[in-house]
Design a protein around this ligand. Structure first.
Ligand code: VG1
Ligand code: CO
Length: 561
């Protein structure tokens, strides 16, 4: 093939957000839009990660992926990349990409130095919905801010990009290697079976943590899991028109099957249910008629890891959570005397800690849980971790004669031991960006005088504690010393309650305001309340303090989780 240089000019708004660049498909389809971003990324990397390198390109299979992968292959060839690895039909979950970077080697021992992941994750897909792209580094984790900042700077100055226009499209539906000859020598595209590699790696990394007999016993024999236990398990370009976000609102079918809410489909629900998002890095864990809050999930996994999960038999190096995630994990860390870290939202901040051997288990309130087996959150891993814990708790009951220890039992027991962090998140999606900014500015301004805030609070609700401090969260990475500012507005109360306000960095239109509300209850006799009841004074206060209705014109949030 030959290389042609195409001249281009900068396109506005290509700043990677919490997890890459996400826009409507029609935005990505504009001339040079994808090309500019890909070239800006190549130019942000050190030369050895491009010239002669091995690159993974794959994603969640959403609409436009099959076009995008061909463009990226042609640009990789023109930039001197040696080989591109593509999951069959461009399908690889985000955690699988992370695992492939870290674990896979070619016949000649080649290893990947990075990946383009084609996903907008939990955002809907299809011709009128979202597409996305992000770059992951050689450790398998999302590019850190130092790189994403460079990418963004490059998008503002880009003038040209090389591309191998005459390179034929590669058949990505067939496993095998296609070789080409270019100015720099050989260029290979290898299509490999997504499922094979995925299952192999998951066996190695996570199933390893589950004694197969326990899993079979509990899920197949005890609980009757069968083929029919799988819902919506055929990947689709538009996710069946649904919203691929695993929460109580969007995972309707599962929620109904599990006997939750008003949508109970009748019959006895199963003991365990789980859902994943578009790129399978998120998870929702459900018990029979019972929802496990993600903040509790990571705390419970950490509390039970040693003993229940063989991968952690030699102990936990430390644990970490994102700032808005509830402090349930903090309490476990303290009681088990574990290193603990609070990082900004987004998985990229956990990677440094893990690479430095400081963190084994981490999680986010947004249905993300993971460990240091890879550098992304991992939905399947979380499910297997829960299976391992269930298996461990029921290990003396293999004949099934004693009462089963259920998901709900495990969570209630956890609350009784550590106290409970009542938690909820309100999302206001697609709000006018200017208004969202004003609301945030209003909240920052309020923070300048704590006595003043407390006076206002007493005027709104007399039944909540006083605010003890308030700030905008700032993070100094303990490994590389980099500083991330403006990571969310916090109001911390004397009784351990918290209100957090952030603007989302994953939306593709307008602004999304996230309000996180948390209240700690230590008294074991009071940990069994309905979450929305327990939190209602704080919710009321948060809405009034922030003037949510006035600024957004919304009387209620788009989604409550
Ligand atoms: C959201 C979540 C964050 C998560 C990110 C990516 O970001 O809050 O916790 O890491 O999505 O998840 P934001 O900026 O919209 O709040 V995924 O599964 O979409 O890659
Ligand atoms: Co995701």
């Amino acid at each position: 093939f030959k290389v042609s240089l195409v001249s281009t000019s900068p396109i506005d708004g290509q700043k990677p957000g919490t997890s890459g660049l996400r826009k409507k498909v029609k935005v990505f389809k504009q001339p040079n839009y994808l090309e500019n971003f890909v070239q800006a990324t190549f130019n942000a990397l050190t030369p050895e990660k491009v010239k002669g390198a091995t690159l993974v390109v794959s994603g969640d299979g959403r609409y436009y992926s099959t076009d995008a992968v061909q463009i990226i292959i042609k640009m990789a060839a023109a930039n001197g990349v040696r080989r591109v690895w593509v999951g069959k039909n461009t399908l690889l979950s985000t955690p699988a990409v992370s695992a492939v970077i870290r674990e896979r080697s070619g016949p000649d021992g080649s290893k990947a130095t990075g990946a383009f992941i084609l996903t907008a994750s939990h955002n809907p897909g299809g011709p009128t919905e979202d597409f996305g792209i992000k770059y992951n580094m050689e450790n398998g984790g999302p590019a850190p801010e130092s790189i994403t900042d460079k990418i963004y700077e490059n998008t503002k100055t880009i003038k040209e990009y090389p591309i191998a226009k005459d390179l034929p499209n590669v058949d990505i539906s067939t496993v095998g290697v296609t070789s080409f000859e270019g100015p720099d020598g050989k260029f290979d595209v290898e299509v490999f079976d997504s499922a094979d590699d995925y299952v192999k790696l998951m066996n190695y990394d996570a199933l390893h943590g589950v004694a197969g007999a326990y899993a079979h016993r509990i899920f197949v024999e005890e609980l009757g899991a069968q083929e029919s236990a799988l819902l919506n398990c055929v990947p689709k370009e538009d996710f069946g028109g649904g919203h691929p976000d695993p929460n109580l609102t969007y995972a309707k079918e599962l929620v109904a099957r599990m006997g939750l809410g008003k949508s109970n489909t009748g019959g006895e629900p199963p003991e365990f249910g789980a859902a994943a998002d578009g790129d399978a890095d998120r998870n929702m864990i459900l018990g029979k008629r019972f929802f496990v809050t993600p903040s509790d999930s990571v705390a419970i996994i950490a509390a039970n890891a040693i003993g229940a999960i063989p991968y952690f038999s030699s102990g936990l190096k430390g644990v970490a959570r994102s700032m808005p995630t509830s402090a349930a994990l903090d309490v476990v860390a303290k009681s088990l005397n574990l290193k603990f870290f609070e990082v900004p939202t987004g998985w990229k901040f956990f990677g440094n800690l893990m690479d430095a051997g400081m963190c084994s288990v981490c999680g986010e309130e947004s249905f993300g849980t993971g460990s240091d087996h890879i550098r992304e959150k991992d939905g399947i891993w979380a499910v297997l971790a829960w299976m391992s814990i269930l298996a461990h708790k029921n290990k003396d009951n293999l004949d099934g004669n004693a009462k089963l220890v259920t998901v709900e039992d495990i969570v209630r027991q956890h609350w009784a031991t550590y106290g409970r962090h009542y938690y909820t998140r309100y999302d206001y999606e697609n709000v006018d960006a200017g208004k969202a900014k004003e609301l945030m500015e209003h909240l920052v301004k309020l923070q300048s005088s704590i006595p003043e805030v407390n006076k206002i609070i007493k005027g709104i609700r007399s039944d909540v504690a006083n605010v003890s401090s308030a700030d905008e969260f700032e993070y100094k990475d303990p490994v590389d010393g980099s500083i991330s500012k403006h990571q969310g507005i916090r109001y911390l109360f004397e009784d351990g309650s918290r209100l957090v306000f952030r603007l989302s960095g994953t939306g593709s239109e307008g602004a999304t305001i996230r309000l996180y509300i948390e209240q700690y209850e230590k008294d074991a006799s009071k940990t069994g309340r309905e979450s929305q009841d327990a939190l209602s004074p704080l919710v009321d206060l948060a809405l009034k303090l922030s003037k949510m209705v006035e600024f957004t014109g919304r009387s209620s949030p788009t989604v409550i989780t």
